[in-house]
Design a protein around this ligand. Structure first.
Ligand code: FDA
Length: 389
């Protein structure tokens, strides 16, 4: 069977690409349903983009690479598409846009746009063999147990990254890259919780608090969540993309810097109150209790000199921890790194050394922050390749 374009992967990027390619397009996926990660994203409501998306929200060995695609298909373009399909949405926080109803609406929208563009979708279809031919590519596929040969001029790799293998994530794009001598940067789990030695935060599991979480590379003002295994929550997921094994993280439990004044005021008003009681008005009580072992906080407010309060607040503003690791690809929302952007055209996403081969979405070494940025990259890069084809 002959196609103009075959897209491997019916995820966010692959489906968007298929809505733009024109000609005879086939989208192939080994899963039973398209867009499985869209379905589970954003707690079932899909944080489909971010109003403030811009290149600084993306990590890559070449931070300029994402600019061209992002500017040619912006968050506003995707919002317009969502509006055209009558999907109601809302901003949750920090520009993050979610469906009011269900993430399935985004999948249905993409599937109907693919149908409108005339693209075929083969699910439960795995790639058995891929060969370069004079005019393009020949794929041997296992389509629901049957061998099928399909050829195409343009081949698009949209099989995503390695995160959540249970959901069908594979390193196929990286394997194909190796077949064609395309460089792949180091890949690692990102947007992933930190782990600590067993039991470290067990008594605090479920406690959440606002923080400024930072290390030498980045800083995020968002919530921190203690878990049975370690630390999670948006601040942690964000920082995990900038963290390497063995590095310390700094937890600022007083991100607004108002604690010292608040304690001084209370010392004047109710000096006989225990310091820990007053601290529990500013931090979760269970956290205060746990911190007592690390930070000196005995006595009443009246017992605290200004100097003592300053030392206490400084300690709470710079609690240093060294994670033992991360939860890995099992729970990571994305894969950091991927197909080296030096091998790709930033305008078309085509591999410069292999005409007709394109790479889009998470498979590329472009990784967004938490908050709708990764889907925006999938839409923008899918659009770039689709319109170029
Ligand atoms: P994606 O993973 O979407 O699609 C790849 C497709 O290729 C899949 O359909 C897969 O089945 C298929 N495939 C893989 N290997 C194959 C093979 N060997 N043969 C055939 N097919 C194969 N981002 C965001 O912006 N907002 C959010 O709310 C969330 N939430 C979120 C929650 C969770 C739990 C996760 C794991 C991830 C997120 N993300 C997110 C990240 C987001 O899901 C991700 O960045 C995009 O789905 C990437 O789009 P792609 O199309 O590149 O890959």
């Amino acid at each position: 069977m002959d196609f103009d374009t075959i897209i491997l992967g019916a995820g966010a990027a692959g489906m968007m690409c298929a809505t733009r390619t024109g000609g005879r397009t086939l989208v192939v996926d080994h899963a039973k349903n398209p867009g499985e990660k869209i379905r589970i994203s954003g707690g079932g409501r899909c944080n489909f983009t971010n109003m403030y998306a811009e290149p600084r929200n993306f990590l890559s060995q070449n931070p300029h690479f994402c600019k061209s695609a992002l500017v040619r298909y912006t968050q506003w373009d995707f919002i317009e598409l969502v509006d055209q399909h009558g999907i109601a949405w809302h901003e949750k926080t920090l520009g993050q846009l979610f469906c009011d109803g269900s993430s399935k609406q985004i999948i249905a929208m993409l599937v109907s746009e693919m149908e409108r563009a005339g693209a075929e979708l083969w699910l439960k279809t795995a790639l058995v063999d891929l060969a370069k031919t004079e005019s393009g590519y020949r794929l041997t596929l296992d389509k629901d147990g049957k061998r099928v040969t399909a050829s195409c001029r343009n081949l698009v790799l949209a099989t995503g990254g390695k995160s959540i293998p249970k959901m069908g994530a594979t390193g196929l794009a990286y394997e194909i890259a190796r077949q064609f001598d395309i460089p792949v940067t180091e890949t690692r789990p990102a947007l992933v919780p930190f782990t600590f030695p067993e039991g470290r935060f067990k008594p605090l599991a479920g406690v959440a608090t606002p923080t400024r979480l930072s290390n030498d590379h980045a800083s995020f003002d968002e919530a921190l969540l203690f878990t049975h295994r370690g630390l999670s929550g948006p601040a942690v997921l964000q920082l995990s993309s900038y963290w390497r094994e063995g590095e310390e993280i700094h937890v600022n439990l007083d991100p607004e810097g108002t604690l010292l004044d608040a304690l001084r005021n209370q010392r004047q008003k109710s000096g006989r109150k225990a310091l820990t009681t007053e601290l529990s008005n500013h931090l979760p009580a269970r956290l205060v209790d746990a911190l007592k072992t690390d930070i000196e906080m005995d006595g009443n407010l009246a017992d605290q000199s200004d100097a003592k309060l300053q030392v206490l607040c400084a300690a709470l503003a710079d609690w240093r921890l060294t994670p033992s690791g991360t939860e890995g690809y099992r729970t990571a929302e994305v894969t950091l790194g991927g197909i080296d952007t030096n091998a790709l055209s930033s305008r078309t996403m085509e591999v410069t050394s292999v005409p007709g081969l394109y790479v889009i979405g998470e498979a590329v070494d472009v990784t967004g922050w938490l908050g709708g940025f990764n889907f925006q990259w999938a839409w923008s890069s899918g659009h770039a390749a689709g319109t170029a084809i």
